[in-house]
Design a protein around this ligand. Structure first.
Ligand code: GLN
Length: 489
């Protein structure tokens, strides 16, 4: 491999290459950093790149470790990035909001300390919709990221920066967070793999909360195996997060090549019927690929999916409103005059500066959970969640290993095209929120590129804690799919 091509390596290729001496961690990192410098003028995937001298010093340490036969960790100096709502000690963490402009994280998220423990080098904090609310990265207070397949188009969101960075070779892999699709949606729009683990598999400690009962940190990478490798590093019980499952650390690459022979796949009607025709055709072809690989595919109807989006936005708004109440502008945030300070007007002034989407969620969340309205909205949304969970659990218990659908029912859209129409934006989440509400794992696998040159991803979902089955199915589809074009540059 020559220098300009080494950074296109998958994570597994990186590890093989660096440990066998094909290239050094320092070479790889410095190629990546120069790629970042050049790509960022077009894509704006990153909000901040860490100090390059410090990063390169780390890489040299890894190289010395490899030369002298020391343990350098599973990731051995691999350049990765993380979404800007994940805390890294000493590094600014803004959540794409001006409210957290001056916030320097005093500790590492568990996912970050686990990445570090395996030798990863975290090069940058990735752009995102403000507080992870959105699906286009247009709600970042620092300006949108752009889709490398066509820079006039959104990259999806809210982990848009992470998906762009992985797609445009600005890192080998990235971490995003997925509350209602924020890892899978941008992965689909940028033609990379986005993995949302079973709820409780990955610690949320150090993830700035949006909707605690629903969200998970998840990897975004260029291949299914790369996502599995990173998942294995960050997953497992954490004493700092009591919602983590009692699962021991596991190797998610194990069995991943096992194929789908004998697997039963349900294609969800409610998630496919209204889809863009090119997207729907991709799902039909993906089903054909899986059948050719020995799976059986049939259509399934899940009635409650039709109510999932209202339920999702009601519950997440209520949790978001509660989480956002802590931003009082006292420790960091806007530089406001304090002459004649009076608490209410000061806080109102500061909180009035949240972006439009965050403001909408605060108002909505306060309303749906208020004493007079909770019965009609919040409690009803919880009932929908319970029914949907039962429906999905039954589908897995009785008939299916995998539920499949488009990740997003539409193709990527133009920047600005939907920003004035929040309800139509909410509906873009139709296919992704079910996995979050029901706590099931789900993945988006790049599958095709539309006639207009825009990526199409396929979503697969499995039962709780069946993450290995899900990865195996995703890998089978990745192996079977027709060859994908390279991202234009
Ligand atoms: N678009 C969804 C929302 O705005 C999902 C966001 C996410 O997964 N963080 O809530």
């Amino acid at each position: 491999m020559n220098h300009s091509s080494i950074i296109r390596a998958s994570a597994l290729e990186y590890v093989r290459g660096v440990t066998s001496g094909e290239f050094t961690a320092e070479e790889f990192l410095s190629e990546t950093l120069s790629r970042v410098g050049e790509a960022e003028t077009r894509y704006h995937a990153y909000l901040r790149v860490e100090d390059s001298q410090r990063l390169l010093a780390r890489a040299r340490e890894v190289d010395r470790g490899i030369k002298s036969g020391q343990k350098v960790g599973l990731l051995a100096g691999m350049p990765v990035s993380i979404k800007d709502n994940i805390c890294m000690r000493g590094s600014r963490t803004t959540c794409g909001s001006r409210m957290l402009e001056g916030f320097v994280a005093p500790y590492d998220a568990t996912a970050v300390s686990r990445l570090h423990a395996e030798g990863a080098i975290i090069v940058a904090k990735a752009n995102m919709d403000e507080f992870a609310m959105g699906l286009s990265t247009e709600f970042s207070a620092y300006g949108p990221s752009r889709n490398p397949w066509n820079t006039e188009y959104v990259p999806g969101g809210s982990s848009g920066g992470s998906a762009v960075a992985a797609a445009a070779f600005e890192c080998v892999a990235s971490l995003g967070s997925d509350t209602g699709g924020s890892v899978r949606n941008p992965a689909s729009f940028c033609s990379v793999v986005g993995y949302k683990p079973t709820y409780g598999l990955v610690s949320r400690h150090g993830l700035v909360s949006y909707a605690n009962s629903i969200e998970q940190i998840g990897p975004i990478a260029r291949t299914v195996s790369d996502a599995a490798l990173v998942l294995g590093v960050i997953a497992g019980r954490d004493e700092h997060d009591d919602t983590t499952a009692d699962a021991a650390a596991d190797d998610y690459l194990e069995g991943i090549e096992g194929g789908v022979e004998g697997m039963r796949v349900g294609i969800v009607d409610e998630m496919t019927e209204g889809a863009d025709p090119e997207v729907a055709r991709a799902v039909a072809r993906a089903a054909g690929d899986l059948e050719a690989a020995g799976a059986s595919c049939e259509r399934i109807s899940l009635d409650m999916v039709g109510y999932s989006v209202p339920s999702y936005y009601t519950i997440t708004a209520a949790e978001a409103a509660s989480n956002l109440a802590r931003y009082d502008n006292l420790r960091y945030g806007y530089d406001l005059p304090t002459d004649g300070y009076e608490f209410n007007s000061y806080v109102a002034e500061a909180r009035g500066r949240f972006g439009p989407e965050v403001t909408r969620r605060m108002i909505l969340g306060g309303y749906v959970s208020s004493a007079g309205h909770a019965g009609r909205y919040y409690l009803k949304a919880l009932k929908v969640r319970a029914k949907l969970t039962r429906e999905v659990a039954d589908a897995f218990a009785s008939s299916y290993d995998i539920l499949m659908a488009p990740t997003v029912p539409i193709l990527p859209f133009r920047i600005g095209e939907k920003s004035d129409d929040p309800v139509s934006l909410f509906m873009v989440d139709l296919n992704t929120v079910t996995a979050n509400l029901t706590r099931r794992p789900a993945v988006s696998v790049p599958y095709a590129v539309s006639a207009g040159g825009l990526p199409i991803g396929i979503q697969m979902m499995a039962d709780s804690m069946q993450d290995k089955t899900l990865l195996r199915a995703a890998r089978a589809l990745e192996r079977k799919r027709p060859p994908l074009p390279e991202v234009p540059d």
